[in-house]
Ligand binder design. Structure first.
Ligand SMILES: C[S@@+](CC[C@H](N)C(=O)[O-])C[C@H]1O[C@@H](n2cnc3c(N)ncnc32)[C@H](O)[C@@H]1O
Length: 221
């Protein structure tokens, strides 16, 4: 599905979010900056927008963009992501404790097993290493929530199909956001998957949330 929308993926992202996605990734990069990591893996990097924001914020860090769609990585490289690896995030080709920080933006929701993916992230993180997950969530406000759901299930598939020619990808997006745990449920999932001190920061009235955590000594429960 992602291979089929590569060409218009960035344009669709910026238009459908009215450009706010740039701010979301900048906020994520600012948080990562505060941890001063030397080695970062940006999983499900796609066309590399978060990896690029991280490279800009942390010019001395080694940022590796990981994705399992070659066309996405080709575009990421063309846009300036210095290091990319073609791999499935469910089975990363890295030794235990290889990274100081793992980031993943709009990627975990698409994985076949969310807990399995988080446990794999914890495995490749060093002791006390940091995790940052940027994901869609549903606004909790009683007025915005139904409006946003209408946009998600009616406007987004229409606009997405006009921009990319793939309506199914945008039907899938709305359904996947509904299914994906958010807020406290996501914090609990992260903490059961090899992490501790999980936090959440809703952005743009809860349309997206940034989750952070640190690798726990105890491992997954
Ligand atoms: C919605 S895009 C997000 C891309 C980028 N992180 C961003 O912020 O725009 C999701 C990406 O996750 C990748 N992906 C999904 N499942 C994956 C997996 N198991 N391993 C590696 N990449 C995966 C897809 O190929 C796609 O590029």
């Amino acid at each position: 599905m992602f291979g089929a929308i590569v060409r218009r993926y960035d344009l669709a992202n910026h238009m459908l979010s009215c450009g706010v996605d740039v701010y979301w990734r900048k906020r994520a990069a600012d948080i990562v900056f505060s941890w001063h990591p030397g080695k970062i893996a940006d999983l499900a990097t796609g066309t590399g927008d978060l990896a690029l924001a991280l490279q800009k914020e942390l010019p001395d860090a080694k940022v590796t963009g990981v994705d399992f769609v070659p066309e996405m990585l080709e575009l990421a490289q063309k846009k300036g992501v210095r290091q990319t690896i073609l791999a499935d995030a469910m089975m990363l080709p890295f030794a235990d404790a290889s990274f100081d920080c793992i980031t993943i933006a709009f990627g975990l929701r698409n994985m076949e097993n969310w807990r399995g993916a988080l446990v794999e992230m914890s495995r490749v993180l060093r002791r006390n290493g940091h995790l940052l997950v940027l994901e869609f969530s549903l606004p909790t406000g009683p007025i915005l929530r139904p409006i946003y759901r209408f946009y998600l299930h009616h406007c987004l598939p229409f606009l997405g199909s006009v921009l990319t020619g793939k309506k199914s990808a945008y039907d899938y997006l709305g359904h996947s956001i509904e299914q994906f745990p958010s807020g406290r449920a996501m914090v609990d999932l992260i903490e059961a998957s090899g992490f501790e001190h999980a936090t959440l920061q809703p952005l743009t009235r809860g349309i997206v949330t940034i989750y952070t955590a640190q690798k726990s000594q105890a491992g997954p429960s």
